[in-house]
Design a protein around this ligand. Structure first.
Ligand SMILES: NC(=O)c1ccc[n+]([C@@H]2O[C@H](COP(=O)([O-])OP(=O)(O)OC[C@H]3O[C@@H](n4cnc5c(N)ncnc54)[C@H](OP(=O)(O)O)[C@@H]3O)[C@@H](O)[C@H]2O)c1
Length: 437
């Protein structure tokens, strides 16, 4: 069965690529949609290359500017790059590096300098945009270069009041937050500036469009009657991170009640005073057992949704704070770890633990389901990408979503190694490090 659907998916990708190969673009066929001429992009550029794991990125001149390959792509001249933990973790721990030399970098803002004549009408030349590069296997889309290719459905126009630096802070975190809440927890965003109902959206496309390795998470991990609803509680462990910031903002907009677990000595006042990310309950992370006790005592068995952004250890703590409907109270007897992980009575409500960085080692206890974020939906399913970028444009234009705080701005591609070292040392906390290009 899975081989069949995998084949179908490959065929549909093949058809997609075939349909665009006839219109394969080169510099001559890409035309301006505006009267005013624009200097064409150069043939070569400066980039950062990774030649081997556990090495710094190497500044390299005269590297080819990437070419547009289909009608859904734009070329963006980078102005600001947002640094992400994966940018240093991947080389340090040697994962998510599909080829060498490799170009890294997952989000940037800049100006559109080239596009197909048949691109989405949403975008035009010279637009100031944020490009979100979850597609880490396509080096043309990596952010650590002066010119970056992006799918139109992964490109967000910035409102005039946002700087490029601000724009470069929130793309990956927004996508992770929206998919965690909308797909894994089933939260419907349609009441917030006509946002997407991702639960329904992904059930209305062909399953063959969804990669084998995320299909179960997308289609079978939460039942319709237990989707998160306005008024439900969500706990976010690791509340100081950029991903937590966007998760809390979106959850609050959609009507969830929120708990954040953070180092209150570092972040307490800032989070308590910040309109967009202030949570209903703020819990100190210093003593995890005590944090669990505080959540359980305050929420009295009503916490069914948890998102951990720190790692396996804190995800294990967060699991202790969750209460599936079939346990129901704060008596805190440990549920036996065993499959099946859904409650035997189908009317009971499961608890849902979503791990951005890791999940507990143990199997999910009865009545609890573990989730990972199907991030590749964003670049592999155009309907999902387009729904998310269109919504983010509306949220930013209306000022309903705010960029995370910029901790510092470094200058130039050459400064990225220095910036990543600052991140390795834990100096970037509670916000984002940005590099001006
Ligand atoms: N699965 C997915 O699709 C997905 C998507 C996005 C992100 N992620 C993952 O989610 C996690 C958070 O990402 P993010 O971009 O939101 O992170 P972030 O904004 O960089 O913040 C992470 C937090 O971790 C702490 N920290 C900073 N440097 C550290 C270091 N060197 N070692 C340990 N902790 C450090 C800081 O908190 P304190 O100062 O309060 O300790 C900081 O606020 C990362 O592991 C990232 O890879 C996963």
């Amino acid at each position: 069965m899975s081989t069949g659907t995998s084949f179908l998916r490959k065929m549909s990708l093949h058809k997609f690529r075939k349909s665009i190969s006839s219109s394969k673009l080169d510099a001559e066929t890409v035309v301006s949609q505006q009267e005013e001429p624009l200097t064409p992009p150069p043939e070569t550029q400066n980039v950062l290359l990774l030649h081997a794991a556990r090495q710094p990125y190497e500044y390299t001149e005269n590297y080819p500017v990437p070419k547009l390959e289909n009608d859904h792509e734009v070329l963006v001249r980078a102005q600001a790059i947002g640094l992400n933990p994966i940018d240093w973790k991947a080389p340090d721990f040697n994962f998510a590096i599909p080829e060498l030399p490799y170009i890294s970098g997952r989000e940037l803002s800049g100006e559109i300098v080239q596009l197909s004549p048949t691109i989405s009408p949403r975008l035009k030349l010279k637009d100031r945009v944020l490009a979100i590069s979850t597609d880490y296997r396509d080096l043309r889309k990596a952010a650590y270069q002066e010119y970056v290719v992006a799918f139109d459905y992964n490109t967000v126009r910035l409102p005039p009041n946002l700087t490029h630096e601000e724009g470069s802070t929130l793309g990956v975190a927004f996508v992770a937050a929206a998919l965690a809440l909308g797909v894994c927890a089933g939260l419907d965003f349609s009441s917030v500036l006509d946002g997407p109902d991702l639960f329904s959206l992904i059930r209305n496309i062909s399953p063959s469009q969804i990669a084998d390795d995320i299909r179960q998470e997308c289609l079978d991990s939460i039942r319709p009657h237990e989707r998160a609803q306005p008024g439900d509680w969500l706990a976010v462990w690791g509340g100081s991170s950029t991903s937590a910031n966007l998760t809390i903002q979106l959850a609050k907009l959609a009507g969830l009640k929120t708990v954040a677990v953070v180092d209150k000595a570092k972040h307490g006042l800032r989070l308590a005073n910040h309109h967009a990310i202030r949570t209903d309950l703020l819990v100190d992370s210093h003593d995890p057992a005590r944090a669990v006790e505080i959540i359980r005592a305050n929420l009295k068995g009503k916490l069914r949704f948890g998102i951990d952004v720190r790692g396996r250890e804190s995800a294990t703590s967060l699991l202790q704070a969750l209460s599936p409907d079939n346990l129901g109270s704060v008596t805190d007897k440990d549920a036996p770890p065993s499959p099946p992980s859904t409650p035997k009575d189908s009317t009971l409500l499961s608890a849902h633990l979503i791990g951005l960085t890791g999940l507990p080692k143990q199997a999910a206890p009865e009545g609890t389901l573990f989730h990972t974020v199907p991030i590749k939906l964003f670049h592999e399913v155009p309907e999902v990408g387009e729904a998310l970028v269109g919504w983010l444009e509306r949220l930013l234009a209306a000022g309903l979503v705010q960029p995370p705080e910029i901790i510092d701005v470094e200058d130039g591609l050459r400064s990225i190694n220095k910036g990543l070292n600052r991140m390795r040392k834990g100096e970037i906390s509670g916000g984002k490090l940005v590099v001006r290009v």
